[in-house]
Design a protein around this ligand. Structure first.
Ligand code: PMP
Length: 410
């Protein structure tokens, strides 16, 4: 029956991890996967998460199913975290929300909801930044939307192509959907400034675009969850009825627990109730209802003032460790080694990911040479040159900088 099926390509990110695992060198470094690592290069379970789990164990909860849209204590707290306690649509009870299978599930449920219910039949086109997280295209395509790109990254400056972005959004058909990374853009690490966000909001208004925010790194960009929510909150203040995908994979380190939320700002509580009922109809045949444990952890952290304060500090700690690695890498390349090329972007970029290839490619490093970095130096990154800064620590950063230096000079 299946003999006609051709083998599919391996996942570009998970393939890096496989190559890394197979490498027996003690020097090896995996900068491919976007999961936080502590100073010893180990996965990090946040102490606030451990505290929440102890409380949950004490409660001896049962394992009954959650409702279709998940744990209400969790979704209530999740939208508060994103939109802010003073959010007008939150106070007016007009934000529809469902728990989701982490950020990916939120995007997928949102994509499916829009594909089914977005009223502008010939505008089921979603514009995503070029480049974007590699899963955006398949998620939205499989949801039934047409995927197009808008310019985002300027290779020459290793910064935002703001003129290109504005031009492309202005040229998009009216009422198209636009996917915006709320903060810590993956894979470039380049975010608009608050002033640029204001201009983007104006264009979205002018063209009546529908803004869909993907917020997978709230707290990771600046160390502050409210500062990182600037764009989301500003758009909502401006009256945009946004869609929002949230993930707690990174900021709570709950990766495999799959904790997220999808929400939509609606016009009034009655509309919210109707939208909620239709979200249920989207979710029910997909996976029936979401998992229990991670949602309880996140709800416990977000609703307990002491644990919440501790968690905010831990998010800040993760962000600060990443920032210190950024400074060290910059200093090693520019001051200690004198590596050819400009490396300022390493310091100015935001969040967990750094795009190294554009800078390396100035000096002529090809994709083959990136491969050689893995084969000769045991340093692994995705083929587009994205590195996860969290994979660096004080023990391996010197070796990493030297390897990049050699790759650039060879
Ligand atoms: N959006 C972006 C931009 C991401 O980088 C990620 C994770 N790499 C996700 C969504 C979703 O991740 P998850 O499903 O693990 O929450």
């Amino acid at each position: 029956t299946w003999s006609h099926i051709p083998a599919g390509p391996p996942d570009p990110i998970l393939g890096v991890t496989e190559a890394f695992k197979a490498d027996t060198s003690a020097k090896k470094i995996n900068l491919g996967v976007g999961a936080y690592r502590d100073e010893n290069g180990k996965p990090y379970v946040l102490p606030s998460v451990q505290k929440a789990e102890q409380i949950l164990t004490g409660k001896k909860l049962d394992k009954e199913y959650l409702p279709i849209t998940g744990l209400a204590e969790f979704t209530r707290e999740a939208v508060k975290l994103a939109y802010g306690v003073d959010s007008v649509p939150l106070k007016e009870n007009r934000i529809a929300v469902t728990q989701s299978i982490s950020g990916t599930g939120a995007l997928r449920v949102g994509g499916a909801f829009i594909a089914r219910h977005y009223p502008h039949e010939n505008r089921k086109i979603i514009y995503i930044p070029k480049p974007s997280w590699g899963n955006h295209t398949p998620v939205f395509r499989d949801s039934g939307l047409e995927v197009r790109g808008y310019r985002y990254f300027n290779k020459a400056t290793v910064g935002l192509d703001f003129a290109g972005l504005k031009e492309d959004l202005r040229a998009a058909p009216e009422r198209s959907i636009v996917l915006l990374h709320a903060c810590a853009h993956n894979p470039t690490g380049v975010d608009p400034t608050p002033e640029q966000w204001k201009e983007i909001s104006d264009i979205v208004q002018e063209k009546q675009l529908f803004p869909f925010f993907d917020m997978a790194y709230q707290g990771f960009a600046s160390g502050s969850t409210s500062r990182d929510a600037f764009a989301v909150r500003y758009f909502v203040e401006q009256g945009h009825q946004i869609a929002l995908a949230q993930s707690f994979a990174k900021n709570m380190g709950l990766y495999g627990e799959r904790v997220g939320a999808f929400s939509l700002v609606t016009a009034d509580p009655a509309e919210r109730a109707r939208v909620d009922s239709q979200i249920k109809i989207v979710v029910r045949p997909m996976y029936s209802n979401p998992p229990l444990h991670g949602a309880h952890i996140a709800a416990t952290i977000l609703s307990n003032p002491d644990i919440y304060a501790q968690w905010e500090q831990e998010v800040k700690g993760m962000a600060e460790r990443i920032i210190s690695m950024r400074d060290k890498l910059y200093n090693a390349l520019t001051h200690d080694l004198g590596t050819p090329g400009k490396w300022d972007h390493i310091k100015s970029q935001i969040g967990m990911f750094r795009q190294v290839v554009p800078a390396i490619s100035f000096t002529g490093l090809t994709a083959d040479q990136t491969k050689a970095l893995a084969e000769k130096a045991h340093v692994y990154m995705t083929a587009d040159g994205r590195i996860s800064m969290a994979g660096l620590n004080n023990s391996n950063i010197g070796y990493f900088a030297e390897s990049v230096h050699k790759a650039v000079k060879d």
